[in-house]
Design a protein around this ligand. Structure first.
Ligand code: CTP
Ligand code: CA
Length: 226
């Protein structure tokens, strides 16, 4: 059946979504990671595909299946995630829902690091990872028309989100409280606040699928007006 534009409001658009954690290798058997489940980013990708968009989902290591109708690029590290996002451009909309590791072990050992029996611990020097959202939002060529970041905060949620909006050069920050007892990272529900230069929208606590559907509806409205 032919679908009306109202049913496929993102038809003809390309949406790039990042999701999940990254893994930063220490040696061939160990890595640094975080508690991201990838659920929110996968839900956004799936909702965007349902809305008619062509969707590229760049996903860190999670056990979730490919959402229907979505092209999925599976990566491990932050640097691989940046390369996969750049390879996916141009895009009309980019949503950075991944919990990218801020730092990586400066040099991954090529062989398993062994205890030598002396009680000495490995020093584990760290390097800063590229900021994927900030890199893409500040590109003078190929910047998607709408760039959306997330901010998982344990405290001063809205103030931190407003600072991130300015610092990262994005159009929207979807802020959520991940302090113990609220949004808890890895859970199935999310309470988010949409922070833009025009103000803040507070959404009720919703299943992550529903946050995805509503966010895609919000994006479609905003694209429609531009
Ligand atoms: N992000 C990214 N690349 C990074 C770090 C973060 O693309 N290396 C993106 C996330 O996907 C998210 C946004 O930036 O959309 C905010 O991530 P967050 O971790 O909250 O911000 P940071 O700037 O890393 O600040 P901090 O962790 O210190 O709060
Ligand atoms: Ca971070």
């Amino acid at each position: 059946a032919l679908l009306s534009p109202a049913e496929k409001p993102l038809a003809g658009r390309h949406v790039v979504v990042t999701a999940g954690p990254t893994h930063e290798p220490i040696d061939p058997v160990r890595y640094i990671a975080n508690r991201s489940s990838g659920r929110q980013g996968f839900a956004i990708a799936e909702a965007a595909a349902r809305a008619g968009a062509r969707v590229t989902l760049v996903a860190g290591p999670v056990g979730l299946p490919d959402p229907p109708g979505v092209t999925v690029r599976r990566i491990e590290t932050a640097r691989d995630m940046l390369a996969a996002v750049e390879a996916a451009l141009p895009a009309d909309i980019a949503v950075f829902a991944a919990a990218v590791a801020d730092w990586r072990p400066a040099e991954a050992a090529s062989l398993k690091i062994k205890k030598d029996g002396s009680g000495k611990v490995p020093p584990l020097a760290m390097s800063e990872n590229p900021d994927i959202l900030s890199t893409i939002a500040h590109r003078t060529d190929l910047r998607p028309g709408l760039v959306i970041g997330f901010a998982a905060e344990t405290n001063d949620v809205l103030a931190n989100a407003e600072a991130k909006l300015a610092r990262k050069g994005c159009d929207v920050i979807v802020a959520n409280d991940v302090s113990a007892g609220t949004g808890v990272m890895g859970g199935t529900e999310n309470t988010v606040h949409l922070v833009t230069k025009d103000g803040i929208e507070h959404w009720p606590k919703l299943p992550k699928d529903e946050v995805g559907t509503r966010l895609v509806g919000w994006i479609a409205d905003r694209i429609g007006k531009s």
